[in-house]
Design a protein around this ligand. Structure first.
Ligand code: SF4
Ligand code: F3S
Ligand code: FES
Length: 257
């Protein structure tokens, strides 16, 4: 596929003697305007202590360019909406300090998701399709219980294991970092496999192993994973994604023998 030519626009802000300036080069693209080609736009911000990429982008949008598109909600690494490529590596803008980066730093949208504009991508549509495909919900008699009935207590260690896998914030970084996900549109990614591993632990779900394995036992599931481990390298929640995938694969093989 032909890549659109890239032009570089320079910001008109200049450096001053005592102020430390940081340059961000942002890949600009408006998919709604077919006549517009993608280009890099360069912005300068004054570096301040503790400044994150999110703060810098917000300042740019407020003071220099209101047309710049990027997403955020929580600013605290919880909502998963500010994922982007930071010098080619997926990461969260709100958890990345400018002081940890070199100027200039290049920002681009996460690959593998529908582009909304500039740094904003539609991870929600992808996550929903994956969740529906893998039936990521507790399925069993427990869900039909009288809400006034006291829930069966769970072993604290099991609750902790489930909680650990539940820390996923659906940021999409693992999908953007995965070679398989970039080649196969239907690959459920480390995020999907992790969710299934979490559901499998949940005693409130009545499905047996065979029902789970039917959902992921193909090349779009656990056997599509080539153990590249980019997912685990970039996961901002440090989830043990490689271990979860290996565990699912081993358990499936045991089931088949
Ligand atoms: Fe983000 Fe990690 Fe969840 Fe992937 S597994 S969506 S990288 S939090
Ligand atoms: Fe992709 Fe992670 Fe497997 S990067 S190939 S899902 S180990
Ligand atoms: Fe919510 Fe960054 S703004 S994770």
């Amino acid at each position: 596929m032909n890549q659109p030519p890239i032009k570089v626009l320079a910001s008109d802000r200049s450096s001053s003697g005592t102020t430390q300036l940081f340059t961000l080069e942002v890949l600009r693209c408006n998919p709604l305007d077919e006549s517009e080609q993608a280009y890099w736009q360069s912005y300068c911000v004054e570096l301040t202590e503790g400044m994150t990429l999110f703060i810098a982008l917000s300042e740019i949008r407020e003071q220099q360019d209101p047309s710049l598109q990027f997403d955020f909600v929580c600013r605290a690494g919880i909502c998963g909406s500010c994922g982007m490529l930071i010098n080619g590596r997926p990461g969260l803008a709100c958890r990345t300090l400018l002081s940890s980066l070199q100027s200039p730093t290049r920002l681009a949208p996460l690959p593998g998701f529908a582009l909304i504009g500039d740094l904003s991508v539609d991870t929600g549509r992808w996550m929903r399709a994956m969740s529906e495909r893998l039936q990521i919900w507790v399925d069993g008699a427990a869900t039909e219980r009288d809400p006034c009935e006291v829930e069966e207590p769970m072993e604290p260690s099991l609750a902790e294991d489930i909680y650990e896998l539940d820390r996923c914030i659906e940021c999409g970084c693992c999908v953007a970092a995965c070679g398989t996900a970039q080649m196969r549109d239907d690959f459920v990614g480390a995020v999907g496999l992790n969710k299934l591993a979490r559901l499998r632990l949940d005693p409130r779900d009545d499905r047996d192993d065979a029902a789970f394995y039917e959902l992921i036992g193909d090349d779009d599931g656990v056997f599509g994973c080539m153990s590249l481990l980019g997912c685990e390298d970039v996961c901002p929640k440090d989830l043990s994604l490689g271990t979860q995938i290996a565990y699912l694969r081993r358990a499936m093989l045991r089931e088949a023998l």
